[in-house]
Design a protein around this ligand. Sequence first.
Ligand code: RB5
Length: 174
Amino acid sequence: MKIAIGSDHAGLALKEALKAYLDSRMIPYEDFGTHTAESCDYPRIAEIVCKAILSAEFDRGILICGTGIGMSIAANKIPNIRAAACSEPYSAILSKRHNNSNVLCLGARVVASGLATLITEGWLNAAYEGERHQRRVDMLTRIEQRYAIPFAPQAPREEDTNPITPAEPPAGED
Ligand code: RB5
């Protein structure tokens, strides 16, 4: 199993703790940023990590921000991404067994690294159960398809394409 991992500035320290855990279990991963403590925008990291998962080079993703919420909202905008923001292991495990979540979102300001590691471990060890759950996951896909905008290419704005970490973030910005 290969993991794509990413965080914004608020999730940076927790991401490092989880990378140490993945190292200890010899689970391969790639860190898609951010790589510094400077303020950056979580939607961009979420999009980069989710694109990596959709490329099929990675099996699952882990996204960390302050609450896990912004990352999960952003990730769930992307077709075929099922992201679960979890603050305890039970939901994380069930999100894989029943919802076939392919992204785990964690809030570094919500869970300390010990609990975050247990959540991650439970999620990584869990397996999708399929059967009746597949019908429901298929329904999720069909909702996605019903609301998909017919191909309407949108030029990225500058803030969508400049480097992940701005050279000089505005003073005091979180
Ligand atoms: C950054 O301050 C914070 O808003 C972000 O990390 C995240 O919690 C958003 O959902």
